[in-house]
Design a protein around this ligand. Sequence first.
Ligand code: SF4
Ligand code: SF4
Ligand code: SF4
Length: 184
Amino acid sequence: MKDNQTNRRNLLKSGVRGLLAAGIGAAAVGSALQKESEEMVWQLDPAKCIACGKCETECVLQESAVKCVHSHGMCGYCDLCTGFFKPDPRNLDTGAENQLCPTNAIERVFIEDPYFEYHINEELCTACGKCVKGCGAFGNGSLYLQVRHDRCLNCNDCAIAAQCPSQAFKRVPKSRPYILKEGH
Ligand code: SF4
Ligand code: SF4
Ligand code: SF4
């Protein structure tokens, strides 16, 4: 009789263990499937980008899906901004002849002496990368490029990725579609 009770208890215990294991297994499979089914999109890693200019010219869209973005948290609010001004500008003012950006896409706003704030007008930005290079050379690297997902077609094979000399493009989850610098 005692033997029968012990056997039943052991049977019940192993049954409960089996159910728990099955539950954990199902949860693991569920999360793997969820990961697998999560849509991926293209993004470029600003830490790898060397602002080569191909983001402007290689996108399948006539106007590139890549745009310049600005991390105000990293910016030095410099008067002599090397992302805004050409090297050796004639004057430190907003005259087109002094600006590095070929499309006047960067707006310079006076804050207080000697600080200025810089904003990107996305409609005008062509992703040429000139300001990114200028800011990276002598400034804080607060200007950088990102694929804008309100524009990108998420092509199977991104034409820019295929040409990028620094392998900066990669697939990222649609739920986290940007690779932002600190302070953004
Ligand atoms: S193609 Fe690559 S290196 Fe060139 S600007 Fe784009 S992300 Fe940067
Ligand atoms: S310099 Fe080029 S990348 Fe920078 S804001 Fe102007 S168009 Fe955009
Ligand atoms: S995925 Fe297509 S649309 Fe998007 S940046 Fe690349 S080439 Fe342009």
